[in-house]
Design a binder for this molecule. Structure first.
Ligand code: NAD
Ligand code: TDX
Length: 332
């Protein structure tokens, strides 16, 4: 039994991880989360009180962080400003949380000697051409495009420096696009599902040729547990499930699964600097740590996600109007 500190545990992937840990281990979890617009306590409601403790606060608050590190065996750091479109509108919170917040946690890990796992993204590698036979690997050079991905890249480099300079016991993982329950309605898949549920046409940026490499959030969680259990300190592991699909095909699939005509969507203004394609080669994680994804059928995973949103309107509907008003103001 370990005591884990999970930052950002009320967000999308963090809350999926907390559920996964409670279902699959004997570990205790403390969640540290600021409850920004993206955090929701309901995402971790109903879990056993004797195993999950919630602390509301900012990862950039050094005194609070120092307190919550006491008695913790390992930290899994999910907290971030995570949405590219927001980072194009107002980059500042991305610097505060992704850079200063990560720095604050690393300093605490250094003082307390705590094992640290840093959650990052494939976007740090920039993008690929549609016909590039190569995919991202652990040795692909960093080349981020957006304020979001550049602050994630900066946070990864801080972790590497704290390992080398101060001996912090850290690992890093860079994962591809996640889907599943508890994802905020600002993100692509939940936005389109909830649009259809509300009678709004799905919105595709540009021509919709951009490719993302989809992985179910529960597979991301199992990969992170493998790295926590068996990963080598100082190493980076790429997490992906060979799920490449272009956005147009994803929208068409959502519409068909929801019983609508596959062309019943709108093309809207494209994202500035929109990355064309992400694709992960997760050979290292699979061969060195023996990890395998459990969700191999994207259509089945997407159908289950649609059913989750259909059954949990009370979870997503409070954020829907403000999210659509923000997109409307951008012509998206
Ligand atoms: P999210 O936006 O759904 O959740 C982020 C959580 O962090 C929220 O609960 C929010 O309240 C909390 N938070 C934000 N700022 C904070 C602060 N200063 N202090 C404490 N808590 C704070 O994000 P997500 O999609 O779940 O992403 C989680 C992590 O996974 C991020 O680090 C992201 O870069 C990474 N990631 C995401 C994806 C993806 O597809 N969503 C893919 C790869 C990596
Ligand atoms: O309405 C939309 N229409 C649309 O075509 C939205 C919201 C998005 N898109 C496109 C943009 C992207 O090509 O869909 C794709 C996915 O968009 P997002 O859900 O915003 O994800 P992305 O920008 O790819 O970043 C995500 O994956 C990597 C997460 O938000 C990041 O946190 C993670 O690091």
């Amino acid at each position: 039994m370990r005591r884990l500190l999970v930052t950002g545990g009320a967000g999308f992937i963090g809350s999926n991880f907390v559920h996964h840990v409670i279902e699959n281990t004997d570990d205790q979890v403390t969640v540290l989360d600021k409850l920004t617009y993206a955090g929701n306590r309901a995402s971790i409601a109903g879990l056993p009180d004797d195993r999950v403790t919630f602390v509301k606060g900012d990862i950039a608050d050094a005194d609070l962080v120092d307190d919550v590190f006491g008695g913790v065996d390992a930290v899994v750091h999910y907290a971030a400003e995570s949405h590219n479109d927001n980072s194009l509108n107002d980059p500042r919170p991305f610097l505060d949380t992704n850079i200063i917040g990560t720095y604050t946690l690393l300093e605490a890990a250094r003082r307390h000697g705590t094992r640290f796992h840093h959650i990052s993204t494939d976007e740090v590698y920039g993008d690929l051409e549609l016909d590039d036979p190569e995919r991202f690997t652990e040795s692909t050079p960093y080349n981020p495009s957006s304020p979001y991905s550049s602050t994630k890249a900066g946070s990864d480099l801080l972790v590497r420096a704290w390992v080398r300079s101060f001996g912090v016991q850290a690992t890093i993982s860079n994962c591809s696009n996640n889907y599943g329950p508890y994802q905020h309605v600002e993100k692509f898949i939940p936005r389109q599902i909830t649009n259809v549920l509300r009678g709004i046409r799905p919105k595709l940026y540009g021509a919709g040729e951009n490719v993302r490499d989809w992985i179910h959030a529960d597979d991301h969680s199992s990969a992170v547990l493998s790295i926590l259990d068996h990963g080598v300190v100082g190493q980076t592991y790429l997490i992906g499930a060979d799920g490449e699909m272009n956005n147009k095909n994803v929208v068409e699939l959502i519409l068909s699964l929801m019983g609508r005509r596959a062309d019943d969507y709108d093309h809207v203004t494209d994202r500035t600097g929109h990355d064309l394609r992400y694709a992960i080669d997760s050979t290292k994680l699979r061969t060195e740590l023996g990890w395998q994804p459990a969700y191999s059928d994207f259509t089945a995973g997407l159908a289950a996600t649609i059913e989750w949103y259909r059954a949990h309107e009370g979870w997503w509907s409070p954020a829907k109007d403000a999210t659509e008003a923000f997109y409307s103001s951008l012509g998206q």
